[in-house]
Design a protein around this ligand. Structure first.
Ligand SMILES: [Zn+2]
Length: 252
């Protein structure tokens, strides 16, 4: 029991440490800055963050969400992304146990987190993140090569449909980034789970967007990335059980 708690504590720590790297990606990828070179600094006064300013979650809490030097408010997005990534890693290992797939799903979840925030803000899904997910897919195919066909079909199952919609509507409705995301994630999850991801993503997306349009008068432009990401992650973690439940209970 104690060892379990320590283990998940370590997983959480890894999660928030990677999470703080994800924040760097979220800010630097859209403006094409190097994610490795420059040191982190305050956006307002240029104060270079010291190591003790860079401890995930804790630095933010200790500083009360303000820059050490100029006291400008630091976006809540930083600790939220770190916390979300920490919780995500715990969830993945809790649900999937200790196997290769869990590491792939942690990386997948982190990539989805980054692309969701970027897509939300810029309406673009960075190509590099889709390539990263595609590489995770290749690893999964190699690890489970007896079922390679399921993954290859997964690559085309949803992306092919989106490609047709893009052709017919001339680019409205879906973006090229959405198509590439569903291709890469399809290779990683296989055709059953990617179809389920797409279904969940569309339902969650329509409901949330309708509410946002009513409540806050959000524009008609819809960044699909975050909703597709939710669909992909829910489906990756719980999809097999959901399909199993559907086949046995709902179809009797
Ligand atoms: Zn500052």
């Amino acid at each position: 029991m104690t060892s379990q708690i320590i283990l998940y504590g370590i997983i959480f720590l890894y999660g928030i440490i990677f999470g703080s790297f994800l924040n760097v990606c979220i800010y630097r990828i859209p403006v094409k800055q190097s994610i490795a070179k420059e040191r982190s600094h305050c956006m307002q006064c240029g104060y270079q963050l010291k190591w003790y300013d860079l401890i995930p979650l804790f630095s933010y809490l200790c500083l009360g969400g303000k820059c050490r030097k100029c006291k400008t408010h630091i976006s809540i997005q930083y600790p939220l992304v770190e916390l979300a990534n920490g919780i995500l890693y715990i969830l993945v290992f809790f649900v999937c146990g200790f196997q290769v797939k869990s590491f792939l799903y942690c990386f997948l979840g982190s990539a989805l987190l980054v692309l969701s925030v970027i897509d939300w803000r810029t309406y673009e899904i960075p190509f590099g993140i889709n390539v990263f997910i595609f590489i995770l897919g290749l690893v999964q195919v190699a690890a489970d090569y007896e079922n390679w066909l399921s993954y290859v079909i997964g690559f085309f199952a949803v992306s092919g449909f989106i490609a047709i919609v893009i052709l017919i509507t001339q680019g409205r409705g879906f973006g090229g980034g959405d198509m590439k995301l569903m291709a890469a994630a399809g290779l990683l999850l296989g055709w059953k789970l990617i179809l389920l991801s797409f279904g969940i993503g569309c339902i969650v997306g329509s409901v949330c967007h309708l509410i946002r349009m009513r409540v806050s008068g959000a524009e008609n432009v819809l960044a699909l990335g975050p909703y597709l990401s939710i669909g992909i992650m829910v489906s990756a973690l719980f999809g097999n059980e959901m399909i199993q439940w559907y086949l046995t209970t709902a179809l009797g």
